[in-house]
Design a protein around this ligand. Structure first.
Ligand SMILES: Cc1cc2nc3c(=O)[nH]c(=O)nc-3n(C[C@H](O)[C@H](O)[C@H](O)COP(=O)(O)O)c2cc1C
Length: 139
């Protein structure tokens, strides 16, 4: 199976789970055969403003690759900026996933996560801006 140029051994994926899919958990799932693992959701603003806690969430071990990093946010410029500046140069990150499903009040109240499903124009803008600058995965 492939996503763009990223080769996956099978179609069993570890779903992104905030507070669960940390580095250690992802390695365990990889060792048990997951074809793709996904990080916890990571704040695009946290990356943009260089929050130290956010940096920890972006740690990746070569053992767990291929890996997708899930980002959340609702500012297309910030999201495109962090992809271009911080995620594109990271060769240890294979796929970028954008959260549009989190229903947690602290996320939705900022217009992030599932709030994007109430603003399809904004969701489209985020996708367009991020895809325009992203170097992964390429066809
Ligand atoms: C504790 C917990 C945290 C979750 N965090 C995220 C998250 O950060 N990003 C996301 O896209 N989905 C998140 N989800 C949703 C899961 O990725 C998944 O879509 C959901 O559990 C349904 O999967 P299932 O149909 O296999 O049960 C979370 C779910 C749980 C239970």
């Amino acid at each position: 199976m492939r996503i763009g140029n990223v080769k996956l051994e099978n179609n069993v994926f570890l779903a992104p789970m905030a507070g669960v899919t940390d580095l250690a958990f992802r390695i365990l799932c990889k060792e048990m055969g997951a074809g793709l693992v996904v990080s916890e959701m990571v704040s695009s603003k946290g990356i943009y403003y260089k929050d130290p806690g956010t940096k920890t969430l972006l740690q990746v071990n070569p053992k767990e690759r291929p890996i997708a990093i899930q980002i959340f946010g609702s500012d297309p410029e910030i999201m495109a900026n962090i992809v271009e500046e911080y995620l594109n140069p990271r060769e240890d990150i294979d796929i970028i996933d954008i959260n549009m499903g989190c229903p947690a009040p602290k996320i939705v109240k900022n217009g992030d996560g599932s709030a994007l499903m109430k603003d399809i124009i904004l969701a489209r803008k985020i996708l367009r801006e991020v895809v325009k600058v992203s170097n992964k995965p390429s066809p």
